[in-house]
Design a protein around this ligand. Structure first.
Ligand code: GLY
Ligand code: MN
Length: 350
């Protein structure tokens, strides 16, 4: 019996056989959470090939798949048994070396990329994926309020990052969804300043960007606070980023071009005179990876559809001064959007 996701992929792929090897797509299409294996999908059958470390796990996690032991049948022999003229594969995951070997083993076969079809499919989430993401976002919200009392003069960035991760994992997360960013003072001008031994000082902006994986699904949020009293300049920067973020949120709806969402935030920042200080995209999709489709950037071609998860994360970064980013993770609905991040966004002076 084909799973719904495999059926959808088979109908969008124009190849005799589909060959999947990335851990996230193994998981997405079969439920198997092991990190090594291969799916071979044809209109006739769906196979999961793996080795002795994972055979029992594969049978349990992927009950709709026929499990094949690679010690008995190598993926390449299995592929060639179909005598395919075309095989679809993940062109951005397979290494040049592995691709060369595949071509040598099946020289008369045409290999075609299938990343675009898979990414489009994965961009629209089902109820179960939404539930896992909702929980991952809740764990991040809870971690922030739990760690808030720690954010004061003298605390090390690394300790704050560790406390955020500890809280999320205690709540049931498998892992942080990326290296936690905790950047204070002038370091907050680094959009991706991962936590260091630096201690927080009075007057520092502190940007914390973090999230976790829950049942495979990522969350992502950012809040920026000030240690002690904020200066007028800090307040102006913070209020500009907040207005940009809320303006972008207010336009989100199905059918909106991704670049229009980006422009809504970018225009606010540019009008306040900080146009050169917002270099990255407004946001990105999340899912089994922290960065998925769609991308909300000035160059994005796509548009929003119900079921997408996107971050909305404008920022202003000023070298030798500091920076602010505010990020929520939202779900696009038929009517507009639902915000999965609930932490307050008013400027906190701690
Ligand atoms: N929150 C990290 C990132 O979006 O890259
Ligand atoms: Mn993000």
């Amino acid at each position: 019996m084909f799973t719904k996701r495999v059926k959808a992929l088979l109908s969008s792929a124009k190849a005799d056989v589909i060959y999947i090897t990335s851990p996230e797509n193994l998981r997405y299409f079969s439920g198997f959470t092991g990190v090594e294996g291969a799916l071979i999908l044809s209109p006739k059958e769906q196979l999961l090939l793996t080795d002795s470390r994972y055979l029992l796990q594969a049978a349990e996690e992927a009950p709709d798949f026929a499990i094949v032991d690679v010690a008995k049948t190598k993926p390449i022999d299995c592929l060639s048994s179909y005598h395919p003229k075309t095989i679809a594969f993940e062109e951005s995951y397979v290494s040049a070396e592995a691709y060369k070997k595949l071509c040598e083993a099946l020289p008369d076969c045409a290999w075609q990329g299938i990343d675009k079809e898979i990414l489009l499919q994965r961009a629209v989430k089902d109820e179960e994926e939404l539930a896992c993401t909702r929980k991952a976002a809740k764990l991040a919200d809870e971690a922030f309020s739990e760690v808030l009392p720690m954010i004061k003069e003298g605390a090390a960035e690394k300790d704050i990052a560790l406390a955020l991760e500890w809280s999320m994992r205690k709540g049931g997360a498998e892992a942080a969804s990326f290296s936690i960013i905790c950047a204070s003072g002038v370091r907050s001008a680094l959009p991706h300043g991962v936590a260091t031994d630096k201690k927080l000082e009075k007057g520092d902006f502190v940007t914390m960007d973090f999230g976790c994986f829950y049942k495979g699904y990522a969350s992502d949020m950012t809040r920026t606070v000030v240690v002690g009293k904020a200066s007028d300049r800090q307040k102006k920067i913070y209020e500009t980023v907040l207005l940009a973020q809320e303006t972008a949120l207010s336009v989100l709806r199905p059918g909106l071009l991704c670049k229009e969402a980006d422009a809504a935030a970018r225009d606010v920042i540019a009008s306040a005179g900080y146009g050169d200080c917002f270099g990255h995209s407004l946001g990105h999709g999340t899912g089994l990876l922290i960065h998925e489709q769609p991308t909300l950037s000035p160059r994005s071609e796509g548009f929003l559809t119900p079921g997408m998860l996107v971050t909305v994360e404008p920022g202003i970064y000023i070298e030798n001064f500091g920076g602010v980013r505010i990020e929520d993770l939202v779900y696009i609905t038929e009517q507009g959007y639902e915000n999965l991040t609930h932490t307050d966004k008013r400027l906190l002076e701690l």
